[in-house]
Write a protein that binds this ligand. Structure first.
Ligand code: BGC
Ligand code: IFM
Length: 811
């Protein structure tokens, strides 16, 4: 069942009912100012950091769900409604929400009055613009009252929902004309404030939530709106809001536009001010002047669209499969940008107060983003690397605003260091910018301990090389990619599942998955060493990698598939000998991506086992059989009910690993079958089962053991976006950035047909024309580059050349 449809020409998803299975959201903002916005106008805004600088308030666990946002009430006679249906939920004569790239549009109609709302964050100004157009489509004049409504958050989102004894006395606002300034915290010299304004004279305002709503009422039926009369309330403590009332007369056919702005402002850091609660309004004034007229807003909107057109022109495919085109050209790349910006911080499933930027997460997000804005990827790599410790391990998470590592979580996830190599290798291949390796980067967030980025990579590899267990496989530490595989558990006390010291075994659990990473990214490290002339170091690294390869063959193969791990007592995890959890997806994917077992004939066996034991119609599960009880030696993984999350859920993130692994052994049909199973566009028509947004990936789909098999959760912020883009663009369609240039080696399903692909790379544009007359799934006979035949798969780079026309002859 569908709740809308794709509009590819406009790069939008069109939602045709407010009653979607879950809120279907979008992200506004590309750099510093961000908003989350749902298909019924719910959501919130923040500046840089969803925890520390939360501008508007959102309530989790709310009823109704998703019932706070930027709302516009229209009082037309006795009927009161909102263009996005919430929060009044008055039934509308027409409703539509269009989520586009960095903007959302809403169309609501009631009793001959049409309201069109366009919400976006301009590319270069820290504010959200809401342009509201009211049009009288009836043949009688209308006198209506329009009320806006946003609820301010008192900045730190955690304090905001906990520290009421203080919060309820700190709220301060200032009202000047049509502008409401929110200046809580300004007094204590935090130097920031926000404002909400409209480009028209107002007939009233409210800044006290209780006065506007009326005690005992919700935002679904504010007393001020019901009575058509703002209270002109001035908030002092309690709950500051911004609401303006504008009375509008519309002749038949007449249309009026209003521009509402939510802005964020800061004073220069060294600014001294004598009267600390008198805010400096210049920054706000500048923003207001910039968007005072509709034409200015339209120009800013055109600029946003141009921004996205330019970004997406960097990778564009035209195949015969509309799902592939739509995902590759629009939604998958868009989600890559969102995950790059948000990491795992702020979504409708991530509260914005917890996870911040993940070390492994952001490194992986970068893999799908680096081609879009390499300069920002560069900056991010340096930020991430600065949270690494001197011994090569790393803070698992850091706070986006302060860029400080999260002490509560700390370190100990032994896959983390290797992901840094993955990110840097991807950046180097994309840009050829080896100078990044010489950048001085802090350790432990302290510049006094800085070293070059190359040194950081060296420590990453050294950490992995020197943390091996009894089987010469990497020690897992607290967990690897699978956060919940806590194999060094010794305590039965709730909340104490991990201890670094325990009984005699010690924390010796080992991970075959990290071994796969070690081979893959150890090879990359060795290659980087070679590229920068460190031959000796490359040799040493290569030797260690080769030994690891052998260690996996010796101790990481279970007979029909790769083992997952050894626990702290050296018992096998993910073996046919286990009672439950006999086979896991992760090592099958990553060992084969690393090339382990390919020439030995193990890869095919492992992938066949995946198909036989882990596959479902909704995607491939993490492991089977699911754990039916809690296992002390496995930890959190067994805490979930069977089929959910890490306990045998379908993690979309590692489905592409298996798909890529299939392309490694040349099975294009199977690779694509796997791609399709979790691909949002392909499963749009089961939205009533899947439930999350059909235009983006979710982290997890309930596995076969779950009552709600096929139901997705945790949409948007998942490494799935990056890995699926890597899979589709590099493994299936086959265009890979390499140190020496672009290579092309598609692995496609039978019947996929010819396709063309445009790829911008290091300042040049490559036009690929892939011909497959014999319908093979893999194999390139030769390339023709600007008419000249070229052997191999890499397009030779010529100095200063701006365009490459490459015909790829598959055979
Ligand atoms: C998992 C969660 C788990 C958490 C533990 C996450 O990555 O997805 O299910 O509770 O790690 O920190
Ligand atoms: O790998 C993790 C990721 O860092 C956060 N989400 C869940 C994944 C699997 O545990």
């Amino acid at each position: 069942m569908n709740f809308g449809h794709f509009d590819d020409a406009n790069k939008e998803y069109v939602i045709t009912t407010p009653d979607t299975p879950l809120p279907w959201i979008n992200y506004l903002g590309s750099q510093d100012f961000f908003s989350l916005i749902s298909n019924t106008c719910g959501g919130y805004s923040f500046y840089k950091d969803a925890k520390l600088l939360r501008i508007t308030r959102y309530r989790y666990n709310n009823i109704p769900v998703d019932s706070n946002g930027k709302y516009y009430y229209i009082k037309d006679g006795d009927s009161i409604w909102n263009p996005g249906a919430m929060p009044t939920r008055t039934s509308l004569d027409a409703y539509e929400c269009r989520h586009g790239l960095g903007y959302s549009r809403f169309h609501g109609e009631k009793n001959g009055l049409a309201a069109d709302l366009l919400a976006f964050v301009p590319v270069d100004t820290p504010c959200e613009i809401n342009k509201l157009t009211l049009k009288n489509n009836s043949d009688a004049a209308k006198e209506i009252s329009l009320f806006s409504y946003v609820e301010f958050c008192l900045w730190n989102a955690v304090d905001d929902m906990t520290n009421y004894q203080r919060n309820l006395s700190t709220g301060e606002v200032e009202i000047i004309g049509s502008t409401i300034y929110h200046k809580t915290e300004y007094r204590e010299r935090r130097n920031h404030y926000s404002f909400f304004t409209v480009n028209a004279p107002v007939d009233g305002f409210d800044t006290s939530r209780d006065d506007f709503l009326g005690l005992g009422r919700g935002n679904n039926n504010p007393i001020a709106v019901e009575e058509g009369k703002s209270r002109n309330s001035v908030a002092s403590g309690w709950y500051p809001i911004a609401s303006q009332q504008i009375n509008v007369t519309l002749a038949p056919g007449e249309e009026k536009e209003f521009v509402f702005l939510l802005g964020y402002c800061e004073n220069p850091k060294d600014d001294k001010w004598e009267a600390p609660n008198v805010i400096k309004k210049d920054p706000a004034k500048k923003i207001m002047e910039k968007f005072a007229a509709s034409q200015q807003v339209d120009a800013a909107f055109a600029q946003l669209n141009a921004y996205w057109d330019e970004l997406l022109s960097r990778y564009h495919v035209e195949s015969q499969d509309p799902h592939v085109n739509r995902m590759a050209n629009i939604w998958n790349q868009y989600q890559c940008m969102v995950t790059f910006n948000m990491s795992r911080s702020a979504s409708y499933y991530e509260s914005g107060t917890g996870r911040g930027m993940g070390f492994r997460d952001s490194c992986q997000d970068l893999l799908g983003f680096v081609h879009l804005i390499p300069e920002r990827a560069r900056e991010r790599i340096l930020d991430i690397a600065a949270t690494q410790f001197e011994d090569g391990s790393a803070y698992h998470q850091y706070q986006p605003l302060t860029k400080q590592g999260n002490l509560d979580i700390g370190s100990g996830f032994n896959d983390d260091p290797l992901w840094l190599i993955a990110a840097v290798a991807a950046y180097l291949k994309e840009t050829g910018d080896y100078a990044i390796l010489d950048e001085m980067v802090a350790f432990d967030c302290h510049m006094e301990k800085a070293a070059t980025l190359f040194e950081h990579l060296r420590r990453s590899f050294e950490y992995s090389r020197t943390h091996l267990g009894p089987h010469k496989l990497p020690l897992i530490g607290r967990a690897d990619w699978n956060d919940c595989l806590n194999l060094n558990c010794f305590s039965n006390e709730p909340g104490e599942s991990f201890q670094t010291t325990g009984p005699s075994e010690g924390p010796v659990a080992e991970s075959v998955f990290i071994a796969g990473m070690y081979v893959k990214y150890g090879n990359e490290f060795a290659e980087i060493c070679r590229r920068v002339g460190k031959e000796k170091e490359a040799e040493i690294a290569q030797k260690a990698v080769d030994e690891m390869y052998q260690a996996v063959l010796d101790a990481g193969w279970d007979g029909e598939w790769f083992l997952r791990a050894y626990d702290a007592a050296s018992q096998k995890v993910g073996s046919h000998e286990c009672e439950e959890g006999q086979i896991f997806i992760e090592p099958q994917g990553f060992c084969i991506i690393a090339g382990i077992g390919v020439k030995e004939g193990l890869a095919k066996k492992a992938l066949d086992s995946v198909k036989e034991r882990l596959d479902t119609k909704y995607g491939i599960m993490l492991h089977q059989p699911a754990y039916t009880r809690y296992y002390l030696n496995l930890g959190e993984i067994s805490s979930y009910p069977p089929g959910y999350k890490e306990n045998a859920g379908i993690f979309c993130h590692n489905n592409p690993w298996i798909s890529i692994a299939e392309t490694v052994i040349g099975r294009g049909n199977r690779a694509f079958e796997i791609y399709k199973k979790t691909c949002p566009s392909y499963i749009e028509n089961i939205s009533e089962i899947h439930r999350t947004e059909p235009y983006v990936y979710s982290q997890m789909i309930a596995g076969r053991d779950a009552a709600r098999h096929g139901e997705a959760k945790n949409s948007w912020l998942t490494g799935t976006a990056a890995w699926t883009f890597v899979n589709l663009s590099q493994a299936i369609l086959g265009v890979q950035p390499t140190y020496d240039g672009l290579s092309i080696d598609p692995c496609i399903p039978e019947g996929f047909g010819d396709f063309t692909l445009t790829r911008r790379f290091r300042g040049a544009t490559y036009y690929f024309d892939v011909k497959n007359p014999n319908n093979v799934v893999k194999g390139v006979a030769y390339l023709e580059v600007d008419g000249k035949q070229v052997k191999g798969n890499v397009v030779p780079v010529e100095d200063g050349k701006k365009e490459y026309h490459v015909t790829v002859h598959m055979a």
